[in-house]
Design a binder for this molecule. Structure first.
Ligand code: DAH
Length: 355
């Protein structure tokens, strides 16, 4: 047997015994590498006579084919083994007891945003979002707010740049303009989100949450606004009957404007909505000012509609009996555990919003 044939048999034997792809790589170099068996054998051909060369070359080629086949079979076999081992390692024992994954709680603000979104989406509103860092233009100018309006004061607004061109939005109303500019009427949207004002006491925090509503179409009136809010408040507080009062007010972006109060009473330290003779303001609203429509590229001679802005945190405090707004943002795990909601209970009107 020639040296070549001997070496070839040795390598064949080694190949058959390989157990993992690392060892297989080493043998691959020994056989097919630059100075491996096949190449070294081809290099030796130069010294042979033409007849011998032909014979030897054909022998090397046959050996190469044979080794390639064995090699490829081995790769496939090892891949199979390795996959099976990985599957075995990753196997989940479904008979083990389940993990208690209900450790986290949903924050009351998130819960209330979900509840409100669910109520409005059932009557055809879709959800929009806008940036927290807003421009002076969208936050004030486009909303028909005069240059000298008190809300623009440094004491109320957090400006980001000294030139007062960018700021942390003071309300969600700029989303009205942004939404109208990117689409065509009709519009029927709500926009929940964070808002910022330089203020802090039991009922004010520098960051708080609002929900904007906007409905623009050809014949939308104050009557629709009233009906919509009446429906919303009943659904939200999960009561059949409410007392609601519209008080004339002023906002630069609506004409006429109103603030809405709901009637309540306190019995055994609990707030009861829909009864009694106390009033609590919960939102601002009105018919969108023609200047706002113009700034939003909507023709005020063809379209009109209403808008409203609700304080989300305030609704959460009312509905869930929380009396200090600051506690919402203290990240106290015990507080969250007490006031928070089960993550698996997604609020829907038909299933019950909060129960
Ligand atoms: N943006 C007002 C605020 O923050 C609330 C508001 C009032 C929003 C009237 C509206 C509206 O859309 O029509 O106080």
């Amino acid at each position: 047997m020639s040296d070549f044939a001997k070496l070839k048999d040795e390598l064949k034997d080694k190949l058959s015994k390989v157990q993992n792809s690392g060892d297989l790589d080493i043998i691959k170099t020994e056989i097919f590498g630059k100075s491996g068996l096949i190449n070294s054998e081809f290099k030796k051909l130069g010294t042979l006579s033409p007849d011998e060369k032909k014979k030897q070359a054909s022998e090397i080629n046959i050996a190469k084919q044979e080794l390639t086949k064995i090699f490829n079979d081995k790769i496939a076999k090892l891949a199979d083994i390795e996959i099976n081992e990985a599957v075995k390692k990753e196997k989940v024992d479904v008979t083990l007891p389940e993990k208690d994954f209900r450790i986290g709680k949903i924050h009351p603000v998130s819960q209330v945003i979900d509840e409100i979104s669910s109520i409005f989406s059932e009557i055809g509103f879709s959800v929009e979002e806008g940036p927290d860092v807003e421009t002076e233009y969208y936050n004030f100018t486009a909303l028909n707010t005069p240059e000298n309006h008190p809300a623009k004061d440094m004491h109320d607004t957090f400006y980001i740049e000294e030139n007062m061109k960018t700021l942390l939005r003071t309300h969600t109303s700029p989303v009205q303009v942004r939404t109208m500019l990117k689409g065509k009427p009709p519009f029927k949207i709500i926009a929940p989100g964070r808002t910022y004002r330089s203020d802090s006491d039991q009922t004010h925090t520098p960051m708080f949450h609002q929900l904007e509503g906007l409905h623009i179409d050809k014949n939308i009136t104050m009557g629709h606004l009233k009906g919509c809010l009446n429906y919303f408040i009943k659904e939200f507080f999960e009561v059949d009957k409410i007392k609601m009062r519209f008080r004339p007010s002023h906002f630069p972006f609506t004409e006429p404007s109103a603030e809405v109060d709901i009637g309540y009473k306190i019995e055994n330290n609990k707030i009861i909505i829909g009864e009694g003779d106390k009033w609590l303001e919960i939102l601002g609203c009105g018919m969108v000012h023609p200047n706002v429509l113009k700034n939003s590229k909507v023709d005020p001679n063809k379209y009109q509609g209403f808008a409203f802005g609700i304080g989300i945190d305030r609704l959460a405090m009312l509905k869930y009996g929380i009396n200090d707004l600051r506690s919402f943002f203290e990240c106290d795990y015990r507080w969250l555990n007490y006031y928070g909601f089960d993550p698996l209970d997604v609020p829907t009107s038909y299933r019950g919003l909060s129960k």
